[in-house]
Design a protein around this ligand. Structure first.
Ligand code: PGA
Length: 296
């Protein structure tokens, strides 16, 4: 059974000190005993909750300046839920005169197991093109293959915190249509085109692991998430498209856009929705913990 994923995208929020405060609260809430106390009255229920915890994974994507701070906090967490680190972006060149950019090696050394690629804010505000996103995806897989040619099993290795330099970073590839495109009923074609352009270098290659985040632009930060049935339709379409055209060993598809503790449950109950990517509602540790509780 694939792990269900709940990812937090802090965007351009939280200094290192604020990140530290966040994890003081969040990790305290996550402490197993407290978690059980908060949620369960009887023993049987406790054990069911624990099983669910084992099958879930939390990913935090703080700002670059808080990556190390976050890594230092989560690496010592030894509860049953897996907690991993993601960068919000990465550049495709290895090093050089690219002021303001960050390399794959840099994020790996900060402890990242994942990198968000092609978030709609990168596409819309910073003019990232499909071509650039394709180069980033290629660079991420080239890096893991070059550093670790025989061992793609290091993907998702639960103990890879000290190993990140040799392990592969898994991209969290964001796609999604705007309102106009959806109103015209052209969302499937739009999203499959984004996927194909991002994965253009991987047609004939084996892809050990990929996370896609389907985030319709009209749902991001608007308070209006997709209806679960529409989400399921789109996620099933993405699954079918990718399975038909690519060789992906471990594929998971997250939904993102105005996820809160009140709407997460019906979304993640859907067969093809493997988890969520949460923006605004992840910024308060108590609120994000509530979302996590509704999720497991
Ligand atoms: P939101 O953002 O949860 O604030 O809508 C989601 C995202 O942009 O990843």
């Amino acid at each position: 059974m694939n792990k269900k994923i709940i990812a937090a995208n802090f965007k351009m929020n939280k200094t290192p000190a604020e990140t530290q405060n966040y994890f003081n609260v969040f990790l305290e809430l996550l402490g197993e005993e407290k978690f059980v106390d908060l949620n369960n009255k009887d023993k049987n229920k406790n054990s069911r909750k624990k099983l669910n915890l084992i099958n879930s994974e939390i990913i935090f994507a703080p700002s670059f300046t808080s990556l190390l701070e976050t890594y230092n906090r989560i690496k010592n967490y030894d509860g049953s839920v897996k907690i991993k680190l993601a960068s919000q972006n990465v550049y495709y060149e290895k090093s050089g005169a690219y002021t303001g950019e960050i390399s794959i090696r840099m994020i790996k050394e900060c402890g990242c197991s994942y990198a968000i690629v092609g978030h709609s804010e990168r596409r819309c505000i910073f003019n990232e093109t499909d071509e650039m996103i394709g180069k980033k995806i290629k660079a991420v897989y080239d890096d893991s293959r070059n550093n670790n040619p025989d061992n793609h099993n290091n993907y998702n290795n639960d103990n890879n915190y000290n190993n990140n330099i040799n392990a592969g970073v898994i991209p969290i590839l964001c796609v999604g249509e705007n309102l106009q495109t959806r109103k015209k009923g052209m969302e499937s074609g739009f999203v499959s085109n984004q996927l194909d352009k991002a994965l253009i270098s991987l047609k004939a290659r084996n892809i050990p692991a990929l996370i896609v985040a389907y985030e319709p632009l009209w749902a991001i930060g608007t308070g209006v998430p997709i209806a679960p049935e529409d989400g399921e339709t789109m996620h099933r379409f993405i699954y079918e498209h990718l399975n038909k055209n690519y060789k992906i060993e471990e594929l998971r598809i997250l939904y993102g856009g105005s996820v809160t503790e009140t709407n997460i449950k019906p979304l993640v109950k859907k067969e093809h929705i493997d988890g969520v990517l949460v923006g605004g509602a992840s910024l308060d540790p108590v609120v994000f913990f509530d979302i996590f509780k509704s999720f497991v």
